[in-house]
Design a protein. Structure first.
Lengths: 438, 416
């Protein structure tokens, strides 16, 4: 394997041994695991950059007269048969990766590329990984020999190409075209954290590569500043589509960061029911549970039979996490009690719900503060609590995870936590994430 | 006839982009700046005032470019430099910036020490206390919030305008000198001139402004509003500089008083302009020093890490962002150490720091000009021809002044 910094500037010899110029760059085509080098770009004495297919390269071998690190490029054809062409403007070239920021999809952070590691994979010459650590930093700064001396104790820190998401717009566009934006596999909360380190253009590129659900979830998980930056560039229709497909409490969160004029446009265009729910949530004071409660829950009238209730569940198909507790209400939607799913499914078919339900129910008022809600959830060891208004009408449910993120000290939230992931890379050349041999 | 009307939404847009320019203007007049202007006024009097006109012009040019680059690319200046010039050039620019910012931090502490002495506080207690406070601020508080608090420092700067008026300058003379160019071919004059340029258009300010624009999320399409704010900020900076020079020129220069620190300037103001003028001067100096000492090490660490791709940010743990915290810690600790050495010539240090800034500036300017004229980066937002001509002429003049100044320092007889 060889580093790009080692190859750059090396002499290129044709088959007759004539020095035809020096290597300045390489063009590549992107691929899933490796990016294959397809062209060699050299600059001859008259300074033009010329491009020849990589198949002309016979070998990259050490010059016996100098030290072993000097790797010159030997071609398998005479200069007259090369027919060099010129680069295109948007060519993917290796030097466009160097010095740029990329996303390490596996380590979940934005890093800067100091060097690129190339190697022979089966019959083709490929970009195997990018180098980001101190060793490559010293090597590109101080030159190879000095870098070797200073950095001999430091391990090479590389990111396999498989886990690299370049941020260069042209390379990015290609990724999106190939439908292989690696970032799409990440959890939305992790994507949201990464977004904070990117420029607005990069954010949009990545955001547009996500599917609708993931995009919506990513917006929900993002910091208000990032949300604002998305909303400013999205089309009204796309925003609507997202807002109508997420729970109203999250939609309300997003709408609350919008500028006034945008808000009224959105409400006007939105379907009436959804708009009403969102407005209601926006109407609750910021510090109350009303502003974070979910308005989607499962409630059945007390006079239903067990069979009828089960049929109701079959018909409406609520999400499984919303079914564990079924709330029981009267004809005016006043909260009477609750029914654990387990009791319902094991009950005799004809049994009335009001006979089965538990009436000892802990509930929150809509104006209860978030802190008190957190207290109640923690004290009674519950994951979810119903929320009622002053007339005991059931309005929504508050979930522990929503409360946690609200009452957690800001400083904690800023501490980024990335769920641990395993590096799945098993390169054919058998190197692990750190420590590369030549 | 219809009156020109500013529509409400336009005004809102302007207010929404407000911040970067004004805050930068505020940070610009730091303790080192105040000292440099005081010395300039005391040593050369009103005749040096006219230089503020071309300096303001250049400041507007430079800051406008930074704000534009920030809005168009969404990237910081250090980021752009690294991506366009590679690691080696970036390394040297960052070393220059590091040295200049380190020297400036020393001058901030020197300002605190000088201000303390006026109120009878010894630097051996005050400066370590302030350094501890700065560290505490850095680690414990949200930097964005602190920035807003420091925005209130605009009030401190009013104190300089008041001091200037209390000094009862001869306004017709001030006006006449302000618009009459003059020049002195002496080493002392050149050093002060480079210092004034260096402190007004401090290189790190350009990095600071550009990151503020990026963080604020200003885009190319709202940029025209941001531009107005940046220009306002530049003018505000130099109005304050103007009054500092005037107050020192009207009192110290006319009475032939030689000063050796901004603190001296304040003390010397007392019999000539009253106790209030002295105290206002000192309070302003203290505030400016504290703010500078807080923001400089932090900003430096951010830019260096940005350029080299190291982890940065106060929300990271020490282990994750080693380089970031080391830079902050070392700058504060070493600056503090230098200030605490007895008999340290504080004025020379402060002046020297601004001179270093003045010498790093042309290098940064050249880098900026290359980036901003690159169509691949800036698209339709590249510089106009007029803009480029003005910038290149200024850069060449800056380089000439710096070189001549260096030559006269090493060969004192050169200009006689």
């Amino acid at each position: 394997m060889v580093y790009f910094s080692q190859l750059k500037g090396r002499s290129v010899y044709d088959s007759s041994g004539k020095n035809i110029g020096s290597l300045v760059d390489m063009a590549f085509t992107d691929g899933e695991k490796y990016a294959e080098i397809c062209h060699l770009i050299y600059s001859s004495r008259n300074k033009y950059r010329k491009k020849i297919p990589w198949r002309f390269v016979k070998e990259i071998k050490d010059n016996p007269e100098t030290s072993r690190l000097d790797a010159d490029v030997y071609l398998n054809a005479p200069e007259s048969e090369l027919n060099p062409t010129f680069e295109q403007e948007k060519e993917l070239i290796v030097s466009r990766l160097v010095d740029k920021q990329i996303i390490d999809v596996d380590g979940l952070k934005v890093v800067r590329v100091n060097d690129v590691l190339l190697g022979k994979i089966e019959e083709s010459f490929c970009i195997v990984a990018v180098c980001v650590g101190a060793k490559s930093f010293i090597r590109s700064l101080a030159g190879e020999r000095l870098g070797e001396i200073i950095g001999s104790k430091i391990r090479e820190n590389i990111i396999p190409w498989e886990f690299v998401e370049p941020l260069d717009p042209d390379i990015q566009k290609l990724h999106v075209k190939l439908k292989r934006s690696k970032i799409a596999d990440l959890h939305p909360a992790d994507i949201a954290d990464l977004m904070e380190d990117l420029t607005y253009k990069e954010r949009e590129l990545i955001f547009n590569a996500l599917d609708k659900d993931k995009a919506a979830q990513t917006i929900i998980e993002s910091e208000p500043e990032v949300q604002k930056s998305f909303l400013r560039t999205m089309k009204l229709n796309n925003i609507l589509e997202i807002l109508e497909n997420i729970p109203p409490n999250h939609a309300a969160d997003i709408i609350s960061v919008m500028p006034e004029h945008m808000r009224s446009d959105i409400f006007r265009a939105m379907n009436r029911d959804a708009a009403k729910k969102i407005r209601e949530i926006l109407g609750y004071p910021d510090m109350s549970v009303g502003s974070i409660m979910h308005t989607e829950f499962v409630a059945v009238p007390g006079d239903y039979t067990a069979q009828k209730a089960i049929e109701f569940l079959r018909k409406t198909k609520p999400a499984s996490d919303k079914m564990y507790r079924i709330y029981v209400v009267d004809s005016e939607h006043k909260l009477l009690g609750f029914l654990p799913l387990g009791i319902l499914v094991t009950a005799p078919e004809k049994e009335k719900i009001q006979e089965l339900m538990k009436t000892k129910i802990i509930k929150l008022n809509i104006t209860t503060s978030k802190q008190d809600a957190a207290n109640a959830l923690s004290k009674y060891n519950l994951f979810v609590l119903p929320v009622v208004d002053q007339n005991n009408v059931l309005k929504g449910v508050v979930k522990a995870d929503d409360v946690i993120s609200e009452v957690m000290p800001k400083a904690w939230k800023k501490r980024r936590y990335f769920a641990s992931r395993t590096r799945r890379f098993n390169g054919r050349n058998g190197f692990r994430d750190k420590g590369v041999m030549q | 006839m219809r009156k020109p009307k500013i529509s409400r939404s336009r005004l809102l847009l302007f207010l929404a982009v407000l911040g970067p320019g004004l805050i930068t203007a505020n940070v610009d007049n730091d303790a080192g700046g105040i000292t440099t202007y005081s010395v300039a006024g005391a040593q050369f009097g009103y005749p040096i005032l006219w230089t503020l006109i071309p300096i303001t012009f250049l400041l507007v040019l430079v800051q406008e470019m930074c704000a534009r680059m920030g809005a168009v690319t969404g990237k910081g200046l250090a980021d752009l430099i690294r991506e366009n010039f590679g690691i080696k050039i970036t390394f040297f620019i960052m070393i220059g910036l590091l040295v200049a910012n380190f020297a400036t931090t020393v001058s901030e502490f020197a300002g605190i020490a000088a201000a303390g002495e006026i109120f009878g506080l010894t630097k051996y207690i005050l400066v370590p206390m302030c350094a501890a406070a700065v560290l505490l601020f850095t680690v414990r508080f949200n930097y964005k919030k602190l920035e807003k608090i420091f925005l209130l420092m605009i009030l401190f700067y009013i104190s300089y305008i008041v001091s200037g008026i209390l000094a009862h300058p001869d306004w017709t003379e001030v006006g006449r000198q302000f618009i009459t160019p003059s020049f002195q071919f002496s080493s002392a004059y050149l050093i002060v001139l480079v210092g004034v340029i260096g402190t007004t258009i401090a290189p790190w300010m350009q990095f600071y402004l550009q990151s503020s624009v990026v963080e604020k999320g200003i885009r190319a399409q709202d940029y025209k509003y941001s531009r107005v704010e940046v220009i306002l900020g530049c003018i505000m900076t130099d109005v304050v500089s103007f009054f500092i020079i005037v107050s020192c020129a009207a009192t110290l220069f006319l009475n032939g008083i030689v000063i050796s620190s901004a603190g001296d300037a304040a003390i010397a103001l007392e019999p000539l302009a009253g106790t209030l003028a002295k105290e206002l001067f000192a309070v302003g100096l203290f505030g400016a020093g504290l703010f500078g000492a807080f923001i400089l090490p932090l900003a430096t660490a951010f830019y260096v890490c940005e350029a080299f791709g190291w982890e940065s940010g106060l929300n990271k743990k020490l282990k994750e962002a080693k380089q970031f915290y080391v830079i902050i810690g070392v700058i504060i600790a070493v600056s503090l150490g230098i200030i605490l050495i007895p008999e340290m010539p504080l004025l020379q240090i402060m002046l020297l720091s601004q001179v270093v800034n003045g010498m790093v500036l042309p290098i940064i300017l050249v880098a900026m000009l290359f980036i901003i004229n690159n169509e691949r980066i800036m698209g339709e937002w590249v510089n106009s021809r007029f803009y480029n001509i003005a910038c290149w002429i200024s850069t060449v003049i800056l380089i000439i002044i710096s070189v001549v100044m260096l030559l006269t320092t090493f060969f004192p007889g050169l200009l006689g």
